[in-house]
Design a binder for this molecule. Structure first.
Ligand SMILES: C[S@@+](CC[C@H](N)C(=O)[O-])C[C@H]1O[C@@H](n2cnc3c(N)ncnc32)[C@H](O)[C@@H]1O
Length: 114
């Protein structure tokens, strides 16, 4: 008898503390800025409402670098991917505060590169 295959996962979630502000941003802003995973290719023109150069960031961490680069390059569209809840909350909070147009995916990168 063979063991069943485990699904591939390319990350291990760090157990970090989620602050109240990060939790609130995660829960309230993800529906607004999050890009839900779909099996079909994303329509980026529709997602961002324009055709522009695009950058995919795999692992945006707490989002400081992402926000800095995105704010410095308004001509470019950014899609940031992160799986760590405090990081997702932190980036979403900064997107909201700075009025950035930035899609945020909470996917394991394996799925979005397939
Ligand atoms: C070193 S930190 C990123 C720092 C950030 N890019 C910066 O320059 O400040 C790496 C991040 O990648 C995320 N990560 C690791 N594997 C991932 C995966 N398979 N999919 C999405 N994010 C992942 C981790 O949760 C972590 O926050």
């Amino acid at each position: 008898m063979t063991a069943p295959h485990r699904p591939i996962r390319s990350y291990v979630l760090r157990q970090g503390r989620v602050s109240n502000a990060q939790r609130r941003a995660h829960d309230t802003l993800l529906p607004r800025y999050g890009v839900p995973y779909a099996q079909a290719p994303l329509d980026f023109d529709r997602l961002f409402g324009r055709r522009a150069q695009r950058v995919l960031e795999i692992g945006s961490g707490m989002g400081e670098t992402t926000v800095h680069i995105a704010a410095s390059h308004p001509e470019t569209d950014f899609l940031a991917i992160e799986v760590h809840t405090p990081g997702v909350g932190s980036l979403l909070k900064q997107i909201e505060e700075r009025g950035l147009k930035l899609g945020h995916g909470v996917w394991d990168v394996i799925f979005c590169l397939r």
